[in-house]
Design a protein around this ligand. Structure first.
Ligand code: SF4
Length: 205
């Protein structure tokens, strides 16, 4: 490895270690900090989701739950391909489990997390050809005012954000009913998503 490459690799390793040791919002996290993400500078596809749930917090493996099974089905990737971090990077909008809302449901990702960690980590992902924005929080952070009035509107208009981003709904069990109400998602978005992912991971984009 050349000296410059070694220095870059070391600084990436140091950054990863710093992110994995983060305790910035520890007081707000009911289960304590446990950043869950996977990255390598060679990754060609980046998946930005919401934040770990309790199962992901317990195992330390992102998308290791029924939502992950649904996302892999949308992408037409098996677990081996999905978890090949040399090709697929996974970085949620909030890296740690944020807890529950008083009225039920997962709390939003911690607001300090993405501004703190996404820019420096993404700076090392020069090979990424497509970033999937999975759910409302990822779309809000990356698209800001450019996103539609709802997740459905943003996803339906997915071509407007290509080639850099492709927005998707969060693949929770609630999405099953949502997909029934929005048949264009299976008809238009999923086939386009699979084509792009196949081309990108096959090195043709
Ligand atoms: S949620 Fe983000 S900012 Fe908060 S402790 Fe975890 S990594 Fe740090």
């Amino acid at each position: 490895m050349a000296r410059a490459e070694r220095a870059a690799a070391e600084s990436f390793a140091a950054l990863l270690a710093r992110a994995r040791a983060c305790r910035v919002c520890a007081k707000e996290l009911p289960l304590g900090p446990r950043p869950v993400f996977r990255l390598a500078p060679s990754a060609r596809l980046l998946i930005v989701g919401q934040a770990p749930g309790t199962k992901v917090h317990a195992t330390g493996i992102p998308w290791n739950d029924p939502s992950g099974d649904r996302l892999r089905d949308w992408l037409a990737l098996d677990r081996a391909a999905f978890y090949d971090e040399a090709r697929v990077a996974i970085l949620p909008t909030g890296l740690c489990y944020p807890g529950r809302l008083p009225q039920g449901g997962d709390a939003p990702p911690r607001p300090e997390c993405a501004p703190l960690w996404h820019p420096p980590l993404r700076a090392h992902l020069a090979e990424v050809r497509l970033t999937l924005l999975v759910g409302a929080y990822a779309q809000a952070y990356y698209l800001g005012k450019e996103r539609g009035a709802s997740v459905a509107e943003t996803v339906r208009d997915f071509r407007a954000y290509l080639p850099e981003f492709l927005p998707l709904p969060h693949p929770s069990w609630r999405t099953l009913a949502w997909a029934k109400r929005n048949p264009w998602f299976a008809r238009r978005v999923i086939p386009a998503l699979r084509r792009r992912v196949r081309a990108i991971l096959g090195g043709r984009v």
